[in-house]
Design a protein around this ligand. Structure first.
Ligand code: PLP
Length: 409
């Protein structure tokens, strides 16, 4: 008889996107002629950069000849990609990393979800709220979250990020062992300055807290003063793991590639207080449960760092960030309270007249045929907000703003 991991049974079904789909479908039945504009999507829409496509074509050809064929690769990633990552994403910002500290993977979702494998089940967890749901759900699966009561997990420390605190999280009131930070933030689109991030690194250093730093959207940072990596802060290598992704940077949501940095200076503890390098544990975990990202994919990711790749990626990011600017200006003109959108592809709207997230979602759908994502779907502090993304087509983005202005002005 196989006994199951009963923690899985505590997880409610993820209703958010299926509820949204149901509401759109019932709208379509009653309004078949209306053109819906979807600004709720968290997926990119622009095609893969040419430099990446060319590198992948060449890599396919490599696989076709005996001399250049690649079978199983290193589980941690090929050195051609790791070297390019270290040189371009870290050395360029004055951060020194060894190749053995970078682990290439099939994306940040897997890594942020799997990292808990190397940590005890009874660590306490802290998250900023609202939050990318994977952090909490993966901890529910391993029994770290407790039980769900009134929309909150009993053993999770929620650190609210709302209009009231300008989306800058306060240090938690209760002790946490592991803390998730995501900047630029999904869903609020807000960022932390170097000073604010320093506050968290110093807190972690003083209290032996492990920070999981998700920088999946760092490529969207426009303001040169905002840190791209937590390792820009002194001492961070002693307290933080950093997750990165090629998904939103270079259109890899369907290709799948990301990487995780686990510095060798970073330690966890055994119950009797012995220090253990987390790098060694993650290396062991990956070598056992992961067989490497495909050679073709890694050649594609390497091309993101070529001069052509860099220029093409910049153009795509500019496209989305121009959408974000158009949206922000349009929404502000409509008198709405808007956050994010300056250094991230997400805009976080305070619902007008104190409407709930879902009521505002429905009004947008029925009155102007625009789809967003109700903020409450990202956590209790998301109630009263709605997320729009800048990943749509320019034409749709412009049309959406015209509709909103007609509606609200
Ligand atoms: N981290 C955050 C904050 C995200 O929003 C997403 C995707 O939406 C991911 C990670 C997943 O990235 P990947 O496509 O690399 O798995």
């Amino acid at each position: 008889m196989a006994l199951i991991n009963e923690h899985y049974m505590k997880l409610p079904n993820n209703y958010l996107f299926s509820d949204i789909a149901k509401k759109i479908n019932s709208f379509k039945v009653t309004h078949p002629k209306e053109k819906i504009i979807r600004l709720g999507i968290g997926d990119v829409t622009q095609p893969l950069p040419a430099a990446v496509r060319e590198a992948m074509h060449k890599a396919v050809d490599d696989m076709g000849s005996k001399e250049t064929f690649h079978g199983y690769g290193p589980e941690q990633g090929y050195s051609f990609l790791i070297d390019a990552i270290i040189k371009n994403d870290y050395a360029s910002r004055g951060i020194t990393l060894e190749p053995g500290e970078v682990f290439v993977s099939d994306g940040a979702k897997s890594d942020t979800g799997n990292i808990g494998d190397i940590l005890r089940h009874d660590n306490s967890i802290g998250v900023t709220d609202p939050v990318y749901p994977v952090y909490i759900d993966s901890n529910v699966m391993s029994g770290r979250a407790g039980i769900l009561e009134n929309g909150k997990w009993s053993d999770v420390v929620y650190i609210p990020c709302t209009e009231e605190n300008h989306f800058i999280p306060d240090l938690p009131s209760r002790r946490v062992d592991i803390l998730y930070l995501c900047y630029p933030n999904n869903p609020t689109g807000t960022t932390l300055t170097k000073e604010e991030l320093k506050k968290w690194v110093n807190y972690a250093l003083a209290n032996d807290v492990l920070i999981m730093y998700d920088a999946a959207y760092e490529a969207y940072i426009q303001d040169p003063a905002i840190p791209h990596s937590i390792y820009e802060i002194k001492g961070a290598k002693k307290v933080a793991i950093e997750f990165r992704s090629f998904s939103k940077t270079a259109g890899f949501t369907g290709i799948r590639c990301g990487y995780t940095v686990v510095p060798k200076e970073l330690n966890g503890f055994t119950l009797d207080g012995q220090r253990v390098q987390l790098n060694k544990l993650w290396n062991r975990r990956q070598s056992t449960k992961f067989n490497g990202t495909s050679y073709i994919t890694q050649r594609g990711a390497e091309a993101v760092y070529s001069p052509e790749g860099k220029a093409q990626v910049k153009e795509i990011i500019n496209y989305y960030m121009t959408n974000a600017r158009i949206m922000k200006e349009g929404l502000l003109e409509c008198g709405l309270h808007i956050y994010g959108g300056d250094n991230a592809p997400y805009l976080w709207i305070k619902t007008p007249h104190g409407l709930s997230s879902w009521k505002f979602f429905k009004k947008l759908l029925y009155e102007v045929n625009i789809v967003g994502t109700p903020g409450v779907g990202f956590g209790p502090s998301g109630e009263g907000y709605l997320r729009l993304t800048a990943f749509g087509d320019r034409e749709d983005t412009l049309e959406a703003m015209t509709r909103l202005k007609k509606w609200l002005l």
